[in-house]
Design a protein around this ligand. Structure first.
Ligand code: FMN
Length: 233
């Protein structure tokens, strides 16, 4: 019995240790659980008035809690949903064809190591994929739009068309593009409400971006959104 108790305590200590180290070292099967989303009250008209496309970012780290809120607003699950809708965005036939990836600069986000992450929607968590800073490669693949390299964080909206075309055939493709737009608009508004800014980038070399993100064959990057503190308010 004492042996079992010792083992239990040891496992918990190791587990806590690995969580504490989560931001420092990428481990296999490791996931970083994100904070619950939180936003300040901003009048809706003011929010729309403030939204714009920004291409000039400060060299300043984002807060992990803000990144968490942005990911949730863009494609998150509503645990406390007040309606039957389970996600922050609509989806044709609730097929949810999108995935979110995050490129983080070396000091891009407090409490988070730089690199490439995949957002696990169901767990509201980030799964590390690579520790390499790929922002320069991404900026080049986006036809040299250099502000992508300067932004501390870049969100990439990726589609798995088959999830929707399986149900709707070829027409499903147009639904997927529409849904990427819905998610991107949610992202713009969330980012704006947090005093940050972004720009939706659609001009890029598809194959190169897919390769940078290490995507599987049937995944396609649709939109690239660098995020940061803007110079102008
Ligand atoms: C589908 C799409 C693709 C876009 N691609 C780019 C892009 O590659 N680079 C860029 O700087 N802006 C891009 N934009 C942003 C537009 O240039 C911007 O929204 C437009 O100029 C209006 O400005 P505003 O967003 O500040 O209102 C794109 C916007 C959309 C909707």
């Amino acid at each position: 019995m004492r042996y079992l108790l010792f083992l239990y305590v040891l496992i918990n200590i190791l587990n806590l240790h690995s969580v504490a180290q989560a931001q420092k070292h990428f481990g296999k099967n490791m996931k970083i659980k994100l904070d619950q989303p939180s936003f300040q009250d901003v009048d809706f008209k003011t929010l729309l008035d403030r939204r714009y496309s920004c291409r000039n970012f400060q060299n300043r780290s984002l807060k992990l809690k803000d990144v968490s809120s942005i990911l949730w607003a863009t494609y998150g699950m509503k645990a406390d949903a007040v309606t039957h809708a389970t996600r922050t965005v609509l989806s044709a036939g609730a097929t949810y064809p999108l995935e979110l990836y995050l490129l983080v600069g070396p000091a891009g986000v407090d409490k988070l190591k730089g690199g490439l992450y995949h957002y696990i929607v169901e767990e509201h968590a980030l799964k590390p994929i690579s520790e390499i800073d790929k922002r320069r490669q991404l900026a080049q693949a986006c036809l040299g739009q250099s502000f992508i390299e300067e932004a501390p964080v870049t969100l990439v909206i990726v589609a798995r068309f088959q999830r929707t075309t399986y149900r709707y055939g070829d027409r499903g493709r147009r639904y997927v593009y529409m849904e990427a737009g819905h998610a991107a608009q949610n992202a713009y508004l969330a980012i704006t409400s947090l005093g940050l800014a972004t720009v939706e980038v659609g001009a890029f070399e598809d194959e190169t971006v897919n390769r940078i993100l290490d995507l599987q064959k049937d995944y396609v990057a649709l939109l690239v959104m660098p995020i940061g503190y803007p110079f102008q308010s």
